[in-house]
Design a protein around this ligand. Structure first.
Ligand SMILES: Cc1cc2nc3c(=O)[nH]c(=O)nc-3n(C[C@H](O)[C@H](O)[C@H](O)COP(=O)(O)OP(=O)(O)OC[C@H]3O[C@@H](n4cnc5c(N)ncnc54)[C@H](O)[C@@H]3O)c2cc1C
Length: 433
């Protein structure tokens, strides 16, 4: 059985009621995305000190649009006092996802009704808004976040690890490379540059005010009855739209085939004509959504692909990759951010249990605990994309289950912190055998 498959959720030793015992471990983290911030927060919760170096100069620019956190990561948010209360009002609320054919005809409605009872809360909201809440929480906890830091080199010795940032040498007991899909830490860990490949897909994306949509007969139903969630499916294309904040704001993403060999980026402008051309023959409501998107809100995001890495840990065991730096996800997995958070939760426990003299064992243990779970979760992104893009559209009404978003217990019921406490001693013994 893979180390993560035993899903029993047990009480975790760290229940926030007492100050954690200081371990003396200093964790240096590159990148203040969800992977880096979670790792820092969790490290402080487990008695380590944490410092983050982030290249963005300020947190005012809230790039991105919709991002999803499943119950496996809302379980992590729940342990951060005050954070769930701040997330609740800004996140999407609807009880169902309505699937339609590309021409607008209804196929199937998937009800979430019991999902929260079975698995727990999930949060879908604006990446920038959720990021600010988590960022502020990290700072409140005492994480030292340094902005405007461009990390250009990583290094490690038998006794420390470090980086060169803005020309300055900064060290820690370990370094976590949470520097996203274009990670430089990855080159040190692998010993070569792992260039991304075109995935064959691109995504038009937008987040906007919904006032104009509310005035249009084709789109008003999507925003005038509280939050809604609709997916239009066609051969090799899916178009998902959600209203948020009681219908006041609106987000849509539309994934389609695209063989261009280009860079990923969260701020590349999209072209309305190009988008509508790909949607020829699609429902008028879909065209109306695209046409009513303000030009400065339309992003053309090229989805690149990376093969699973052979390892996430550097040769001397003092540098580990976490989040997208280690394992980028397809958006259809709806797990990229959640898995990035699980990494941080797991690594903080491994460091606590291994202790300051054995940090390399902690990082190697983290990889052992996380690798197979992450790989299988990544696969779910391909499965969902293929179920939607390659569906037999003539038979969907007879078998709508084929397009249903799978809500897997082994993904959503996982508690990364409890699990790490449970399996690390065994993993450590195996590493030392
Ligand atoms: C601007 C932006 C917008 C995004 N928008 C969305 C979205 O709308 N929907 C969605 O599902 N996902 C979005 N993502 C991706 C999503 O946040 C990640 O897939 C997921 O949360 C995993 O997070 P991560 O921390 O591993 O990586 P990221 O969120 O990519 O964070 C990596 C961080 O490392 C920093 N960094 C990179 N290189 C260096 C360096 N050399 N020195 C210092 N710092 C460095 C980056 O500035 C970034 O803040 C976005 C990512 C970014 C960076």
């Amino acid at each position: 059985m893979a180390p993560f498959m035993d899903e029993a959720i047990e009480p975790t030793p760290n229940d926030n009621t007492s100050k954690p015992k200081a371990t003396g471990i200093h964790v240096l983290i590159v990148g203040a995305g969800f992977a880096g911030l979670t790792a820092a927060i969790e490290c402080v919760r487990h008695g380590h000190t944490a410092q983050i170096l982030e290249s963005y100069k300020n947190t005012n620019v809230q790039l991105g649009d919709i991002i999803s956190f499943g119950s496996n990561s809302s379980r992590i948010f729940k342990r951060w006092p005050g954070v769930p209360e701040k997330l609740d009002p800004i996140c999407h609320r609807s009880e169902k996802l309505e699937y339609r054919y590309w021409n607008g005809e209804h196929i199937y409605t998937q009800w979430w009704g019991t999902e929260e009872e079975n698995f727990g809360k999930r949060y879908n909201g604006h990446r920038g808004e959720i990021h600010k809440i988590v960022f502020d929480h990290a700072v409140e906890l005492g994480v030292d976040v340094k902005l405007g830091q461009n990390v250009t080199e990583y290094f490690e010795t038998e006794t420390e690890a470090g980086v060169i940032s803005n020309g300055e040498r900064i060290t820690g007991d370990v370094v976590l490379g949470a520097d996203g899909v274009r990670s430089k830490a990855r080159t040190l860990v692998l010993g070569y540059n792992d260039a991304p490949k075109p995935s064959g897909y691109a995504v038009y994306r937008a987040w906007m005010d919904s006032a104009e949509l509310a005035k249009n007969d084709l789109t008003k139903d999507l925003v005038c009855n509280g939050d809604s969630h609709t997916g239009w499916l066609g051969p090799d294309i899916h178009f998902l739209a959600a209203s948020i904040k009681n219908g006041k704001e609106f987000s849509w993403v539309f994934t389609h085939k695209d063989e261009r060999n280009v860079e990923e980026g969260w701020s590349e402008p999209g072209n309305h004509e190009d988008a509508c051309k790909i949607l020829e023959g699609w429902a008028p409501a879909v065209h109306a959504i695209v046409r009513m998107t303000p030009p400065d809100k339309l992003v053309d995001w090229k989805l690149v692909y990376r093969d699973p890495l052979p390892t996430w840990v550097s040769p001397k065991g003092r540098i580990a990759l976490i989040g997208d730096a280690a394992h980028p996800f397809l958006p259809t997995s709806i797990q990229g951010a959640s898995q990035a958070m699980e990494d941080g939760s797991c690594i903080a426990v491994c460091l606590e249990l291994a202790g300051k003299d054995s940090v390399a064992d902690a990082l190697r243990g983290y990889e052992k605990i996380r690798y197979e779970r992450v790989r299988l979760t990544q696969k779910t992104g391909e499965t969902t994309r293929d179920a939607w893009h390659k569906a037999d559209f003539t038979k969907l009404k007879e078998n709508p289950e084929a397009i249903k978003l799978k809500r897997e217990e082994w993904v959503l019921n996982h508690d990364a912190e409890a699990h790490a406490y449970k399996v690390f001693p065994e993993v450590l013994a195996e590493l030392r055998r």
